[in-house]
Ligand binder design. Structure first.
Ligand SMILES: Nc1ncnc2c1ncn2[C@@H]1O[C@H](COP(=O)(O)OP(=O)(O)OP(=O)(O)O)[C@@H](O)[C@H]1O
Ligand SMILES: [Mg+2]
Length: 320
């Protein structure tokens, strides 16, 4: 896959303050790339530089192989940038709004009508074409913002906090929309401070905090980095005290196994939470060891590492 976005030491100063500090990331064509960081981390500043709205003060950024500083016009044709705030065109009707931006993109005549139909289809806004922009709900407004940046059929979408302020249903609909865009072959960069939301949609991500990059790579890579400290397996056993197999016995047995780092009792007496040594891959060995000693294992499941935990772990200690 070709690189869609490459930044090398990308930086931006605002009168001495470094809003983005030496950011080096790669986004491949077709990626759905999560750009994650807390408030003030530098997400919007980075996206604005990629969108050619803001000039980098250090390093460089390439979009589709083109330098955003020296080839801004060409880069703009490749991208659709959806800012985190809606523009001030509230007196227009939805179709007027889209027509206005088509004109701004230089899309004319039949091509304009076709483009507007296409984005109304994609974003499910057909019914609202004659509604006033002002009358739209937050979710609909987000869709309209997205429709606007899709008019010129860009290859790369830069979406700044697109799901913020949406209710759960609108979030699900937004996720579906992102999947549809992925299927069309678009590359997406989506910023958010809500990790779980992006985990399901994105295949790769960058985590930034206080202007600096903390992680860049596959989503699973970040979770693996955290779970490298040892995976947790939760077991439910069926004790049989008469046969000398109590929950406490099971706990002692598990504690003595060579691939077990630590074990503790879970919320219920017959539940065990076992931390497996990082280098040990076959967690089913645990089941085998218990069963071969006569224990009944009711259930066994590896604890899924939550993205929120990954974020907390990765950013730990970096906070100034
Ligand atoms: N035009 C500007 N002038 C001065 N400082 C700025 C400017 N734009 C951004 N900053 C500062 O740069 C830092 C990064 O801001 P940025 O908006 O990129 O963060 P963010 O990650 O998008 O945060 P949020 O989640 O709140 O949207 C902040 O400390 C902000 O105050
Ligand atoms: Mg922002």
């Amino acid at each position: 896959m070709a690189d869609m976005v490459v930044t090398e030491n990308l930086s931006r100063n605002f009168s001495g303050f470094r809003a983005v500090d030496g950011l080096s990331i790669t986004v491949e064509e077709g990626d759905c790339f999560g750009f994650i960081g807390p408030n003030g981390a530098g997400k919007t500043t980075t996206l604005r530089m990629l969108a050619t709205i803001l000039k980098p003060t250090g390093g460089r950024a390439l979009v589709g192989g083109l330098n955003v500083s020296t080839n801004a016009r060409k880069v703009r044709r490749l991208i659709g940038y959806m800012p985190d705030v809606f523009g001030v065109y509230e007196d227009m009707l939805v179709h007027e709004y889209l027509s206005f931006f088509s004109a701004a993109y230089g899309i004319v005549g039949k091509e304009r009508l076709r483009a507007i139909e296409m984005v109304l289809d994609l974003t499910g806004l057909h019914e609202k074409r004659n509604a006033g922009c002002k009358a739209l709900s937050r979710g609909m407004t987000q869709r309209l913002s997205l429709a606007r940046v899709l008019l010129h059929d860009p290859k790369l979408l830069l979406l700044d906090e697109p799901a913020s302020g949406l209710d759960p249903r609108a979030r699900i609909e937004f996720k579906e929309l992102v999947l549809a865009l992925k299927k069309l072959g678009k590359t997406l960069i989506i910023s958010s401070h809500i990790l779980s939301e992006l985990g399901e949609m994105c295949n790769s991500m960058a985590i930034i905090e206080r202007s600096r990059l903390i992680y860049c790579g596959p989503v699973e890579g970040a979770t693996r980095q955290v779970s490298a400290q040892g995976r947790i397996v939760k077991l439910m056993i069926q004790p049989d005290p008469e046969a000398g197999r109590t929950a406490a016995d099971a706990l002692e047995l598990v504690r003595g196994l060579p691939f077990v780092e630590a074990v503790r009792q879970g919320d219920r007496e017959k539940e065990l939470a076992v931390r497996i040594k990082p280098e040990f891959a076959d967690i089913w060995q645990l089941n085998h060891e218990l069963v071969s000693r006569g224990y009944k294992v009711e259930s066994m499941a590896e604890e899924v590492v939550r993205l929120e935990d990954v974020f907390l772990q990765l950013t730990k200690g970096v906070v100034q």
